[in-house]
Design a protein around this ligand. Sequence first.
Ligand code: CA2
Length: 145
Amino acid sequence: MNILVINGPNLNLLGIREPELYGRQDYAALVALVEETCAEADMKVEIFQSNHEGAIVDKIQEALGKFDGILINPAAYTHTSVAILDALKAVDLPAVEVHISEVSQREDFRQISYAGMACVRTYMGLGLEGYRQGLLFLKEYLQSH
Ligand code: CA2
């Protein structure tokens, strides 16, 4: 089972600012948690981060035929990007959406998730733990579908 993890803009800055929203752990800790979770669950994983919408669209397109599922935190593009939604729909791979913060309790402009419309499940407000739960759910989902 081969999983692609995609992180959107500014998530590379984790741990540097806004710890009240995103915690104190940095991006390296997020990468370590994803790698550890996947190793324990016997899943192969590639982790990709970009600050560029088009690069994320390209990566989703490239996933076809290479990966079995996608776990994505599109960050701010969650709330703006029909292009990422269209790419997820086009490749039609099972996808799980993760947000570190509890987006449902934040500003109005964060209340729409385009990417989420193409995802089988969303985890939010669990900090980095949401990535772990999302990956384990994706494994279970892929095994049963
Ligand atoms: O809660 C999440 O995971 C978000 O996807 C994070 C995005 C935000 O735009 C979404 O609404 C919710 C922001 C990521 C920015 O990460 C930073 C990390 C450290 C310092 C500043 C920003």
